[in-house]
Design a protein around this ligand. Structure first.
Ligand SMILES: Nc1ncnc2c1ncn2[C@@H]1O[C@H](COP(=O)(O)OP(=O)(O)OP(=O)(O)O)[C@@H](O)[C@H]1O
Ligand SMILES: [Mg+2]
Length: 361
């Protein structure tokens, strides 16, 4: 995949940007606040319809404007992607002349894998970040996964809304349990398969950054059913989650919320047989965080036969010389966007661009 050009109108600090990046490596250089991350965020938004900073949509619109427009062309498939964000919360998305309603359609036109300054949280932080990583990998590989996730989120909200009403009718809850378990089983199945796909590429990418072979496992674990095997049929999971929901029923009525399910599961990564979150060293955790992004890129490339764009937001300033070199050597041949305040910190050869005052030169 190649982004041939990018147009931004009233997107964050860019009143009007027209930019033709290089098909290879692009290095965006500029002082703090110049707008480097904003560009990477815009490219990520065109691919995923959400900000990799987790920013609410209205914050993406330039302060003095009502509407932000992002437009880009992917040159391999010649797909023209356009997104319009409005303050009223409406969003229009088009590929070519066709309006699309779902992120899944967009994903196949443009995919990105982003290395972010907070990536260490993937390893050290709470399970939510790892669940999000698996969901991200799953939707990049199987675009339909986004629909299953939306269906699960909606059903969970409805079950929780019922519990909040304080109505203790078990028959009604039983109906929600069945629906929730069916939606959940699809999400869990995709996550378990995504974890398996990542585990396969993770061993190699970890080895490349660490410079030595280590066993790396990525298991999808639930708090109610133990480790979930990716080959287990969805019906089995639905059944065991239904059982877990029934067992917790009194507690759920009491706490008025759903205590078991994919929204509570803990995908766990282990290094050399030990849990990475609490037992790995700081250095091992850093290496693992980089390896996870590399492994994601590799897994998505293998499964989809296309190379996602790479976004590296201020990653090199945090790395020691050894990891910096190892990462550079391990980077795939994809179109790449690197942001930095200092060009001499980036060891990757590429085309340097100066970013300032809403422009890239
Ligand atoms: N909605 C918006 N409208 C106008 N300007 C915005 C908006 N959102 C953010 N900005 C501006 O964009 C700038 C931040 O840009 P960005 O995060 O891309 O900087 P950066 O070049 O990555 O800096 P750093 O090197 O510190 O990471 C800030 O100065 C902020 O005021
Ligand atoms: Mg930045």
């Amino acid at each position: 995949m190649r982004l041939a050009w990018l147009h931004l109108h009233s997107f964050r600090s860019y009143p009007a940007l027209e930019w033709r990046p290089d098909p290879g490596v692009n290095i965006l250089v500029g002082r703090n606040g110049a707008g480097k991350t904003n560009v990477l965020e815009a490219i990520g938004f065109l691919a995923n319809l959400r900000s990799f900073r987790g920013a609410p949509e209205e914050t993406l619109i330039a302060h003095n404007a009502e509407t932000a427009v992002l437009r880009g062309e992917e040159s391999d498939a010649q797909a023209l992607v356009e997104v319009e964000i409005t303050r009223k919360g409406g969003r229009r998305t088009r590929i070519g002349q066709k309006s699309i309603g779902r992120t899944s359609d967009l994903r196949s036109a443009l995919r990105t894998v982003a290395f972010l300054p907070d990536d260490l949280d993937l390893v050290k932080g709470s399970p939510a970040g790892r669940r999000e990583l698996l969901d991200d990998v799953a939707t990049q590989i199987w675009p339909g996964a986004a629909l299953d996730q939306a269906e699960f989120d909606r059903t969970l909200r409805q079950r929780n809304a019922f519990l909040k009403q304080g109505d203790r009718d078990p028959a009604t809850l039983e109906v929600w349990d069945t629906r929730l378990a069916q939606a959940a089983a699809k999400v869990m199945g995709r996550r378990a398969r995504a974890a398996a796909a990542l585990e396969e590429t993770l061993v190699e990418s970890y080895g490349r950054i660490a410079g030595e072979e280590t066993s790396v496992r990525f298991a999808y674990q639930s708090d109610w059913g133990g480790t979930l095997d990716p080959t287990t049929p969805a019906s089995e999971w639905a059944k065991s989650l239904t059982g877990a929901l029934r067992e917790r029923r009194r507690l759920d009525f009491e706490l008025r919320t759903t205590g078991s399910g994919p929204h509570r599961d803990d995908p766990a990564i282990s290094l050399g047989g030990q849990g990475s979150r609490h037992q790995a060293s700081q250095g091992e955790q850093r290496t693992l965080a980089l390896a996870l992004r590399l492994a994601t890129h590799r897994a998505v490339s293998l499964q989809t036969d296309r190379l996602p764009l790479l976004l590296l937001d201020d990653v090199y300033s945090e790395l020691d010389p050894d990891r910096s070199k190892a990462l550079t050597d391990a980077l795939p041949e994809a179109q790449t966007f690197v942001s930095t305040t200092r060009l001499d910190e980036v060891p990757v050869p590429g085309r340097a661009w100066q970013v300032s005052e809403g422009d890239i030169r």
